[in-house]
Design a binder for this molecule. Structure first.
Ligand SMILES: Cc1cc2nc3c(=O)[nH]c(=O)nc-3n(C[C@H](O)[C@H](O)[C@H](O)COP(=O)(O)OP(=O)(O)OC[C@H]3O[C@@H](n4cnc5c(N)ncnc54)[C@H](O)[C@@H]3O)c2cc1C
Length: 404
């Protein structure tokens, strides 16, 4: 299955990657991770740094799954607003979830600092504008809720917004301490550290089945069997090799990347831009002075096959971008469509399988997937190494939605 199609931008920002040289496999690993994208690499890093013997297996070249389609916006706010999450799971749990997302952006910053050119990680504010007049009370309520719980944010009336940005909307929620990153550089850099620290990376190795014999996990793959004490599935939006995913909508989305733009006047601090409508449009700038715009989600799990369709969506995205920034001279350079997964309760699936011991999952669905990959890597490290993590219950699989 293709999980993205069209011309993807990030690979052009790194010299082309040769496949990694497969190491001699160990007789037994402490942890085997299935999937070498954002989730798998951050999880492997956490375990390698804790001194465990780790192997990552990926059926593709690593970092070329949905990680390569990721547009790299990192925010403490989520697709579900804090006041909505409070209605869903209660104040204490919802605020704690937002806090761990806030902390995860900072943890991503710490990892990025160790990588070449910091993987183009740059702190940015975010501007979430009201898509329509009717959404103003909603973002005002969100502003009040975030403020009450100590999250850094502002509310801008129409006039204030017009002073800072090229476009006019009825109001906007501004959040601080968010960031942008180049996810492809980030994951390739993390994988290099994992290798340097003795982690084993196996590309083009498909996991086909997993079974347990006498407390040992045996992993059947396209190149033979691997043995481990624990297994973690970080397989992104594709079918998990073991277990049934419950409560996720797998759809598809589009992104367009412009040619470099000379002048970013009327774009406050290169803020990340998004909106209250669902599905939403989102916009960011890049280290090469390009603009990325994404959205136009469709209810279809198949990444689009037709290049004509992808080009058409690229034209629509260009028009929407031009409407926001009429004075910019914009030209499309890259456009692609990709599979995109969202969980029904808007929370990621992270933790041990409810009945299969030593089988763990990190499936960070939703627009904030990278933040979930980060916080999930720490939760899983602690669950496996010390048996508990104080926030694990927020995202556990043993809820109405999860992996059964
Ligand atoms: C268009 C788009 C824009 C996005 N923008 C953002 C954004 O701005 N910010 C954000 O935080 N998130 C964003 N996301 C979400 C983000 O891309 C995902 O959260 C992230 O890529 C998930 O990483 P992952 O490692 O879980 O999945 P992947 O990168 O897909 O990695 C999973 C890996 O598992 C491997 N695999 C699967 N099955 C097997 C098997 N049986 N055996 C071996 N290997 C297997 C695959 O080959 C793949 O490499 C976006 C997603 C899309 C599609």
């Amino acid at each position: 299955m293709d999980i993205h199609n069209g011309s993807v931008y990030w690979p052009s920002t790194l010299p082309s990657k040769e496949p990694r040289h497969a190491p001699e496999k160990l007789e037994k690993y402490d942890v085997i991770i299935v999937g070498g994208g954002m989730s798998g690499s951050l999880t492997a890093l956490a375990f390698v740094e804790a001194g465990l013997k780790v192997a990552v297996l990926d059926k593709r070249q690593m970092a070329t799954g949905s990680t390569m389609a990721n547009t790299g916006l990192l925010q403490y706010s989520n697709d579900i607003m804090l006041h909505e999450l409070i209605d869903q799971i209660g104040e204490q749990e919802a605020v704690r979830f937002y806090q761990i997302c806030y902390e995860a952006v900072n943890q991503l910053k710490m990892v990025a600092k160790r990588l070449p050119s910091s993987a183009d990680f740059i702190m940015r504010p975010s501007i979430c504008y009201a898509s329509s007049e009717e959404d103003v009370p909603k973002i005002k309520k969100e502003y009040e809720t975030l403020k009450k719980h100590g999250f850094p944010c502002d509310y801008w009336e129409q006039e204030e917004l017009s002073k800072h940005m090229a476009f006019t909307k009825a109001g906007a929620l501004v959040t601080y301490d968010d960031a942008e990153v180049n996810p492809y550089k980030f994951v390739n850099g993390v994988l290099d550290i994992i290798e340097e620290k003795g982690g084993h990376l196996f590309e083009f190795v498909e996991v086909q089945d997993v079974f347990t014999i006498d407390d040992q996990i045996s992993v059947r793959t396209s190149v033979g069997e691997f043995s481990s004490s624990n297994i973690i599935y970080t397989t992104g939006y594709e079918t998990v090799p073991v277990g049934n995913r419950i409560g996720a909508d797998i759809n598809r989305s589009y992104a367009m990347v412009t040619k470099p733009v000379d002048d970013f006047t009327q774009w406050h601090e290169h803020a990340l831009i998004w909106e209250t409508a669902r599905p939403y449009l989102y916009v960011r700038t890049t280290a090469e002075n390009r603009i990325i715009i994404g959205g136009l989600d469709e209810e279809n799990a198949q990444a689009p096959q037709s290049l004509e369709l992808i080009e058409n969506r690229g034209e629509i995205l260009l028009k929407k971008l031009q409407d926001l920034f009429p004075q910019y001279n914009l030209e499309t350079d890259y456009v692609y469509g990709a599979t995109f997964g969202e969980s029904i309760d808007n929370l990621p699936f992270i933790g041990q399988h409810p009945t299969k011991e030593k089988h763990y999952y990190l499936l960070g669905y939703g627009g904030n997937g990278t933040v979930y990959s980060m916080l999930g890597s720490h939760i899983l490290r602690d669950l496996i190494m010390i048996g508990h993590h104080p926030d694990a219950h927020l995202v556990e699989l043993d809820r109405k939605y999860g992996v059964k």
